[in-house]
Design a protein around this ligand. Structure first.
Ligand code: DQA
Length: 144
């Protein structure tokens, strides 16, 4: 089976973007980490886009193909009701959707303290670097 790992805007710049906040590893390192931690028979499909519409369409794809989603919505977390509504389709379909963050948004600027996604997510993991994703993957591959 497949797990979709979706990354929102500016996460394509991981590695060079604010390394003090997000670390020095890039998206390719995340891909390698997750495929190495995936159990036998699980394919991890790691994607990134800066485009809200594309992210929304990937969530439709998850609903239509019945796959679990790990999503770092990046800045969309804090204000995109369109993304939230699309993410709600996933959990309403009975599929797992875990919201993850590399940093701990609650320890940062006030505008990051709100997530419009969390209320419809299965669960949220934040502040653990790439381990946020790894722990989410561990959960979805056990609960699938
Ligand atoms: C982030 C936190 C968001 O506030 C920020 O806009 C990001 C990354 C994180 O992974 O820590 O782009 O989602």
């Amino acid at each position: 089976s497949t797990v979709l790992v979706l990354n929102g805007p500016n996460l394509g710049r991981l590695g060079s973007r604010e390394p003090d906040v997000y670390g020095s590893a890039n998206l390719e390192d995340l891909r390698l980490l997750l495929s190495a931690s995936a159990p036998e028979g699980v394919t991890v499909d790691v994607r990134q886009t800066d485009d809200e519409a594309e992210l929304i369409h990937w969530l439709y794809e998850a609903v239509d193909t019945g796959v679990a989603v790990i999503i770092n919505p990046a800045a969309f977390t804090h204000y995109s009701y369109a993304l939230r509504d699309a993410a709600a389709l996933v959990t309403k379909a009975g599929l797992l959707l875990i919201e993850v963050h590399i940093s701990n948004p609650h320890a940062r600027e006030t505008f990051r303290h709100t997530s419009v996604v969390s209320a419809i997510a299965t669960g949220v993991i934040a502040g653990l670097g790439f381990d946020s994703y790894r722990l989410a993957l561990d959960y979805v591959t056990r609960e699938r």
